[in-house]
Design a protein around this ligand. Structure first.
Ligand code: ME8
Length: 537
């Protein structure tokens, strides 16, 4: 029963996550950064859970789009591809992306895998040669259907597609549509969130009406920048057929040592612009070569500026390195993960970014760090004190920590990173409220209450340790710094979630250090002035 298993709770301990591979026609912007940072966060979380992970990203280098840019730049497509591929890689390295491989579709192993798969599908009689007429959008690198257009223009690229008639090779996707429809119905979270599952079902209906054939070749006379068809040297492979296969090449298809372990635990994250290739083309291609679909295709919305999609073709890009320069990369990374509800569109503005940094990072998390460590310095000689009796207020923080750990796990696996951050912030809020209630800065001066101070500070340090472990996937640098200030500099090297985040892990006597504000408030004329909670000292 090759396609019928029930997805269980990660029994194997393997986890394989992919970003789309980006076109090499311009520099990385906020949209690519979001997908890549999101995957980096999910994979860092799974590594912390002890899974054996493989994280693949890379560049998609063939096709007409790249040829167009190369012509404009007066260079060969190979030069253009090299330039922009290096540019993506450099940005990912500069912002600390932890990929295991950066694949290029011009890599020799990829070319070999694509040709091998083309030959196999051809030999099995699923590829036919015929004449085709349609409207082609070079921006999308595919023929458009009515649903893809508005007033005669491509919805995404706002340009008119070109009418084209050509003799080409076609893959018979339609032969697998009824299987795919059943598969999607039986595995309702295969494509998530649900609205995108419904969209794929609608696409399947539409593609069925159109004959269910995917054009997989381009004549060299028009485009010679691509992987040659092994069965007809006058043609190169259509860029999407080539690109999707990167997910197999990346982990050593067909007989790499861990190919099957990773493939059985594969999840793709994509933007909604490429739902059709991932929801319709790809599962049918995999079916044709006898492989299961990925576990999940998780689909996010667009980052917009002034309600228009940020994109290379529209030229309204936000540069991640400029954001890093202005605000620090972790603050920008936090904003991306916190402000986009997975699946929905989000509007970017620097005002919103500043408000978010000030409210969540400076006033909330940063404030808890500085209050806890200041007071541990002042009232406990800088060492995590021994706790006394646990009363109802302490119990509430302990319960909030257990809830956060459980919710973060559920939400990270369910691809709801913004909800996972809400769970962590709920623990931070509970701890801040607890401090307000216990008022250790007053209690320390009151002989009747002085005994409670150790318990209060112990509770706050322990809560902070758990907050840092949970935040580590989101803010790797800041989380490591919090742990270091708690005297737990190597905690992330040995931590395994959820066990390490159980209450009671902080050693009494651990030497703490106050340090500078972790996330300084950003003062701008327009920034909303959320009230500082720092009443401690
Ligand atoms: O489509 N908001 O590459 P691409 C959010 N090469 N995400 C965005 C975005 C935005 N405004 N703009 C881009 C391709 N993205 C193909 C993929 S995969 C086998 C081949 C992100 O460079 C989002 O992840 O156009 C989107 O799906 C991807 O970049 C498209 O990148």
């Amino acid at each position: 029963m090759p396609f019928g298993w029930q997805w269980g709770a990660d029994m194997s301990g393997y986890f394989y996550l992919t970003t789309p591979i980006y076109y090499v026609n311009a520099e990385a912007h906020i949209g690519h950064t979001y997908t890549t940072v999101l995957c980096d966060t999910i994979v860092r979380y799974r590594r912390l859970c002890g899974d054996t992970c493989f994280f693949l990203t890379g560049s998609d280098e063939h096709g007409e789009k790249v040829l167009e840019v190369a012509r404009r730049r007066g260079e060969s497509p190979a030069q253009t591809a090299e330039y922009f591929s290096n540019s993506f890689l450099r940005v990912w390295e500069e912002i600390g992306i932890s990929h295991d491989r950066f694949i290029r579709t011009t890599d020799a192993d990829h070319k070999q895998v694509v040709q091998q798969i083309l030959q196999r599908v051809y030999d099995e009689g699923e590829i036919r040669f015929k004449e085709y007429e349609g409207l082609y959008c070079v921006g999308c690198e595919r023929f458009l259907t009515d649903r893809d257009m508005l007033d005669g223009l491509c919805r995404d690229h706002e340009r008119a597609p070109e009418p084209r008639t050509e003799a080409n090779y076609f893959f018979d996707m339609g032969a697998h549509f009824s299987w795919l429809r059943d598969y999607i119905e039986q595995n309702p979270d295969f494509i998530r969130p649900e609205r995108y599952k419904n969209e794929v079902l609608a696409m399947l209906d539409e593609e069925t009406g159109l004959g269910g054939e995917l054009c997989i070749s381009r004549p060299k006379s028009r485009l010679d920048w691509g992987i040659e068809l092994p069965f007809d040297t006058d043609y190169v492979c259509y860029v999407w057929f080539d690109a999707l296969i990167n997910y197999l090449t990346g982990i050593g298809y067909p007989d790499g040592p861990h190919f099957q372990d990773y493939w059985s635990n594969c999840e793709h994250v994509v933007g909604k612009d490429i739902l059709k290739p991932h929801g319709v083309f790809w599962p049918t291609m995999l079916r044709a070569i006898g492989l299961e679909p990925p576990r999940h295709v998780s689909v996010h919305g667009y980052w917009n500026v002034d309600d228009r999609k940020v994109s290379k073709s529209l030229g309204n890009m936000i540069d991640p390195l400029i954001m890093r320069e202005k605000y620090g990369f972790e603050a920008f990374r936090y904003f991306l993960l916190r402000d986009m509800v997975f699946g929905q569109d989000s509007n970017f503005s620097e005002d919103a970014l500043v408000r978010r940094i000030n409210a969540d990072l400076a006033n909330n998390i940063g404030n808890l760090v500085s209050r806890t460590l200041n007071m541990t310095g002042r009232f406990a000689g800088g060492l995590v004190p021994e706790p006394g009796a646990i009363e109802i207020p302490e119990r509430e923080v302990i319960d909030a920590a257990a809830t956060a750990v459980a919710e973060v796990d559920l939400r990270m696996r369910g691809m709801r990173p913004q909800r996972a951050l809400e769970s962590i912030l709920a623990l931070v809020d509970a701890t801040n409220r607890y401090l307000e209630l216990r008022e250790p800065w007053k209690a320390a001066k009151d002989p009747e209450l002085a005994d409670t101070v150790s318990t209060t500070l112990h509770t706050c340090c322990e809560s902070l340790r758990i907050v840092a472990l949970l935040l580590a996937a989101f803010l790797p640098v800041a989380a490591a710094e919090i742990l270091d200030r708690l005297g737990l500099g190597d905690a992330l090297e040995t931590a395994v979630l959820p066990a390490s985040a159980e209450w009671g892990g902080i050693p009494v006597g651990s030497p703490t250090r106050k340090g500078k504000p972790l996330f300084p408030r950003i003062e701008t004329a327009g920034a909303e002035d959320a009230e500082s909670k720092d009443g401690a000292d």
